[in-house]
Design a protein around this ligand. Structure first.
Ligand SMILES: C[S@@+](CC[C@H](N)C(=O)[O-])C[C@H]1O[C@@H](n2cnc3c(N)ncnc32)[C@H](O)[C@@H]1O
Length: 283
């Protein structure tokens, strides 16, 4: 594969700088773990996770399938995947459906370049990749059937602006399917106190991460922006095997800052302070 330019994104995403460098080098472990999807895994029976990178890649595919199912994607739909990473969700949709119109949107042109190189339309599907901010989308009003946001909203400048944009571009009957890290009220208070004390919990590896939103905040936001909740599933327990395997991959690559950041998120998740939710909304 042609090496992708390493010019950084216009918002700092240090873990993507690292991933792109490793992928350009052809590093097989990073390719297997993150070459398609850059998100956590879903294990229906978490005790059966075997800790291997292969098992993690299968679990990552399962997670994206669950978000696709939650949003009710069907043949003929125009689907927009915001924060599309290397296009893994677009690739899954392309393999699963025959007549869908797929658009992947990302703020980082380097990720889009990789997606364009690796994903070609199958059957009668159409695919395009667009460089833009999920909070200012270059699409007409009421032009899309399904908006997906797989593990990316915490990076966006504003959840409110993103929901307003998703509502604007969706057709009547349209759906929004997402998965996100969602805070508990206790964790929110804890974060507020630490912020007031000037203590920074965020680790620079993952860039801007806003994990302050609770499930109640999501429900209020949906209501205020004209969405109704279709489905809510707390899958925290099903994602927990992700943490040791992702830490292992980063350890093998000597990316110690990422090991620390991932282990901290793992601890917060095991303590139940940080939850992982799949949510689906309709208009
Ligand atoms: C954890 S990755 C998830 C990627 C992909 N959804 C997946 O599941 O493989 C987060 C993604 O959000 C993208 N992103 C961050 N801020 C964005 C923004 N404001 N607008 C669009 N995409 C953004 C990043 O470039 C990255 O691709």
């Amino acid at each position: 594969m042609k090496p992708i330019s390493l010019r950084p994104a216009n918002i700092p995403l240090p873990y993507f700088d690292f991933l792109l460098e490793q992928l350009n080098r052809g590093e097989p472990m990073v390719q297997q773990a993150f070459g398609r999807h850059v998100h956590w895994g879903y294990w229906p029976y978490p005790k059966q996770a075997d800790g291997s990178v292969e098992d993690f890649a299968i679990a990552s595919e399962r997670l994206c399938q669950r978000v696709i199912a939650a949003a009710g994607v069907k043949e003929g739909d125009r689907v927009l995947d915001v924060g599309c990473g290397f296009g893994g969700t677009i690739a899954s949709l392309n393999e699963q459906f025959h007549t869908v119109n797929l658009t992947g949107l990302n703020i980082d042109s380097r990720q889009l370049a990789r997606a364009r190189q690796t994903i070609k339309p199958l059957n009668q599907n159409q695919i395009e990749f667009v460089e833009a901010d999920a909070c200012q989308m270059p699409f007409a009003d009421a032009s899309i059937d399904v908006v997906l946001a797989v593990e990316c909203i915490f990076h966006f400048p504003s959840r409110v602006a993103f929901f307003q944009e998703a509502r604007r571009v969706l057709r009547p009957g349209g759906r929004l399917g997402l998965c996100d890290f969602v805070s508990t009220p206790f964790f929110q208070t804890f974060q507020n106190v630490t912020a007031q004390l000037g203590v920074k919990l965020a680790n620079p590896v993952y860039g801007r991460v806003d994990s302050s939103f609770t499930l109640a905040d999501y429900k209020t936001l949906a209501c205020e922006t004209g969405f109704s909740l279709r489905l809510q599933e707390d899958i925290t327990r099903n994602t927990l095997p992700t943490y040791p395997v992702v830490c292992h991959v980063f350890e093998q690559m000597n990316y110690s800052k990422a090991v620390k950041a991932t282990a901290t998120a793992g601890l917060l998740s095991r303590l139940g302070l940080l939850r992982y939710q799949i949510l689906s909304f309709a208009i």
